[in-house]
Design a binder for this molecule. Structure first.
Ligand code: DUC
Ligand code: ZN
Ligand code: ZN
Ligand code: ZN
Length: 475
């Protein structure tokens, strides 16, 4: 029987190997890797290109309610389209529980947003904002069984933060059910204190967003999060780490034998707090939390990617329009940095940035790139070995890269719903030019050929980190 699709003559990279071979695909799955595979209905010539597992971005915010009058710039159509063009085939957005409401209600809404609208596969993390007895006792355990195997908790934001006791209670559900907890580490009380001081001084411009969320605020919360996880005896993901001192908390916890995974993001490699200065309200374009820091922190994050302090490199795509009353320039926002919605777009540039600045500049090798952006993402969040690698039996989710293609970032040429890119004008070498999802050609030489709805919802297994000997996984 002929293959549906064969990808020929490319250089394949996985998290462990780089080799030349052809890939035979049938019914959406990789069924052969080798030479002279024989007949195929369709074939792609990947001579001179890298053939990589499709990117998995485990940290993406889409259509998330963001406070009074504020609207996210991406829905599932534009968000997954942007992800696809950036070489991704799966993204994991967050489903936010509204206070006082069941998580199932939020999930129903998110599934309705996503169904039939996606260009990549999607799966959801849960954000627990209200760990009531019903949520902890019944709802979360049932949802873990249903394939929602990870939840995020916040230590900051008045309306999202959990107390230490609530975090412990949520971690305890994870301990009992084999779910994985992700924590946003910033100390809300410390931030409130600094915001009060700066506003009293009339210091209200976007730059003060960074000043009022200094490293100490993140480091303290990181220390507390890993300590709470130690008390509850659960593995942990520290998301969006921005600086060396927080990295050191992760490393110290690991030396104590704790399973702690670190994640960093493109903004902490490419931006600094100086970007929040700027004429008019332009600095708002770079407002995200934790904030970008300084050149030394950028170096620290590169170092962490090289040395393995970080296992995950994700975008934290959280897009708001700039020139829009529903976004960064909302009427209240312009009166104080405090009202600027936190988050920046990045799902389309995550991989090109790491490829150009990491692989092409010799900071990390190709297998490490694949590990950080696909394989570890799949393993951490229960998608491996179905996704995150090029292997017989895996989904045929593949990105073909031209390692020598140089392009300058222009938001006008991007595919998200925002009206700017924080990386405008950046010259990057190495771009995905062909993307295949489940054996179906989605992007061909930079043009969209896939259809909305080709991407589907995927339930997940438990993380390999959270499985115990008495609860085996697919691994
Ligand atoms: N945390 C995120 O993970 N993303 C955007 C904003 C935030 O605070
Ligand atoms: Zn966060
Ligand atoms: Zn100040
Ligand atoms: Zn985020």
């Amino acid at each position: 029987m002929p293959y549906d699709l064969v990808i020929q003559n490319g250089t394949i990279a996985t998290a462990s190997d780089v080799f030349q071979a052809d890939i035979g695909i049938r019914d959406g799955v990789i069924v052969q890797i080798g030479r002279d595979l024989g007949e195929a209905v369709e074939s792609i010539d990947a001579t001179g290109r890298y053939v990589l597992p499709g990117g998995i971005d485990s940290h993406v915010h889409i259509a998330q309610p963001s406070g009074e009058g504020i609207v996210m710039a991406d829905d599932f159509e534009s968000g997954t389209r942007s992800a696809l063009f950036g070489g991704n085939t799966t993204i994991l957005p967050f489903c936010l529980q509204e206070k006082g409401r069941p998580l199932r209600e939020a999930l129903k809404a998110y599934h309705a947003f996503a169904d039939g609208n996606c260009y990549t596969d999607v799966s959801f993390h849960l954000i627990v904002s209200d760990p009531s007895d019903a949520v902890l006792g019944q709802e979360l355990p049932a949802l873990v069984e249903d394939g929602y195997t990870s939840f995020k908790v916040f230590m900051t934001y008045e309306d999202l933060r959990l107390s230490d006791g609530q975090i412990l209670d949520t971690m305890d559900v994870a301990r009992r059910t084999g779910a994985l907890v992700m924590v946003h580490c910033e100390n809300e009380d410390a931030i409130r204190y600094l915001i009060g001081r700066h506003e009293a001084e009339g210091d209200v411009a976007p730059r003060a967003h960074a000043t009022t969320r200094p490293v100490a605020v993140e480091r303290e919360a990181t220390h507390r999060a890993v300590s709470l996880a130690e008390v509850a005896d659960v593995p942990l993901v520290i998301v969006h780490v921005s600086n060396r001192e927080s990295m050191e908390e992760i490393e110290r916890a690991r030396r104590r034998g704790r399973k702690v995974i670190g994640e960093t993001c493109p903004q902490y490699l490419m931006l600094t707090a100086d970007d929040l200065d700027g004429m008019d309200w332009e600095g708002a374009k770079f407002v995200c939390s934790p904030p970008p820091r300084d050149a030394e922190s950028q170096e620290a994050c590169w170092d962490g990617l090289e040395r393995g302090v970080f296992d995950l490199f994700s975008s934290d795509h959280c897009p708001f329009r700039y020139d829009d009353p529903a976004g960064k320039r909302n009427p209240k926002g312009m009166t104080s940095f405090r009202h600027i919605p936190n988050g920046i777009p990045g799902v389309e540039l995550r991989l090109p940035i790491l490829f150009s600045e990491g692989v092409n500049k010799g900071r990390i090798d190709l297998p490490r790139f694949v590990a950080l952006t696909a394989t570890n993402q799949a393993k951490t969040y229960g998608l491996y070995p179905r996704k995150g690698t090029i292997a017989i039996g895996a989904d045929a989710d593949i990105a073909i890269w031209d390692p020598a293609l140089t392009r300058t970032v222009r938001h006008a040429e991007m595919h998200d719903g925002a009206d700017y890119s924080p990386y405008e004008g950046l010259e990057l070498t190495g771009w995905p030019t062909i993307v295949v999802l489940g054996g179906k050609l989605m992007v061909s030489d930079g043009a969209l050929v896939g259809r909305k709805g080709d991407g589907r919802y995927r339930s997940r297994d438990r993380s390999y980190l959270a499985t115990r000997r008495d609860r085996p996984t697919a691994l």
